[in-house]
Design a binder for this molecule. Structure first.
Ligand code: 4FV
Length: 252
């Protein structure tokens, strides 16, 4: 999968993509990341990339021409590349959207700065607008990194065999169960007996219950999208009874 990241601050991307899993994925050729400096596509001697907003107002707006040339350069080899603009006005990024986008072969990620880009960039070049959350960053760069990380770990061969994206939080629209590892006792705090029992069915049942408990108490909104068995539903009722709240949120 190829990621072209269009930015005014290419240096921000040096370390995140060198270290750890993403760095290895690049080495193994599983992903290709091109950092494209939008300023390289200016045509004036001062390399101007932003200007004051028509109609007045605070801040600066990123100019359309350098961005247009940069996108056309990135799309030169693959016109079917999918162009995403990272912006708080975009659709909320989540695991479901990540799984869908991970089937793309070439993504162009446009990082905004200042008050954002000239509207004609959206109208003429952007296929999709994505927000990583309802807060305002200084730039779209960190959002682009989040997308590259989230999508890359879904690609075959990126996660080592000891890791699996299958059991991720949200992949089943449930939060993950608690995890424990050595030591068996830490300052008097032990580990749930069942986890060291060797009884895999009991361990599976415990983990399912804990994932449901965590989801019910922390993210009941996710339950609507989860495929719950009758056992799950009975267990959720038990939790809600014990929590002394009304029955499940999914109206069943
Ligand atoms: C953002 C977000 C974000 C807004 C103004 C860049 C900044 C500046 N991008 N999800 N939240 N972008 O805050 O994606 O142009």
């Amino acid at each position: 999968m190829r990621f072209d990241i269009l930015t005014l601050f290419p240096a921000m991307f040096s370390s995140p993509f060198e270290a750890s899993i993403l760095g290895k994925a690049v080495e193994k050729g599983l992903i290709e990341i091109r950092i494209v400096n939008i300023r390289d596509f200016t045509s004036d001697k001062h390399h101007v990339v932003d200007d004051t907003p028509y109609g007045g107002g605070q801040g600066m707006v990123m100019k359309v021409e350098p961005i247009a040339r940069a996108i056309e350069w990135a799309k030169a080899e693959s016109p079917s590349a999918w162009t995403i603009y990272l912006t708080p006005q975009g659709r909320s990024f989540n695991q479901e959207r990540a799984e869908a986008l991970s089937s793309k072969t070439h993504l162009i990620l446009l990082c905004g700065r200042y008050e954002g880009v000239d509207e004609r960039v959206r109208e003429m070049f952007v296929d999709e607008e994505v927000s990583i959350g309802d807060y305002v960053l200084t730039g779209g760069e960190l959002a682009a990194m989040v997308m590259v990380d989230t999508l890359s770990r879904l690609l075959p061969g990126v996660l080592g065999c000891d890791q699996s994206a299958e059991e991720d939080s949200f992949s089943e629209s449930l939060l993950e169960y608690p995890q424990y590892t050595r030591p068996i006792d830490f300052r008097g705090q032990g580990v749930p007996e069942v986890l060291v029992s060797g009884n895999h069915e009991a361990i599976f049942q415990w983990r399912r219950k804990e994932a449901l408990r965590r989801t019910v108490t922390r993210r009941p909104d996710l339950l609507a999208k989860a495929n719950l068995s009758e056992t799950d539903k009975r267990f959720i009722d038990e939790i809600l009874q014990s929590e002394g709240t009304r029955t499940r949120g999914d109206g069943v």
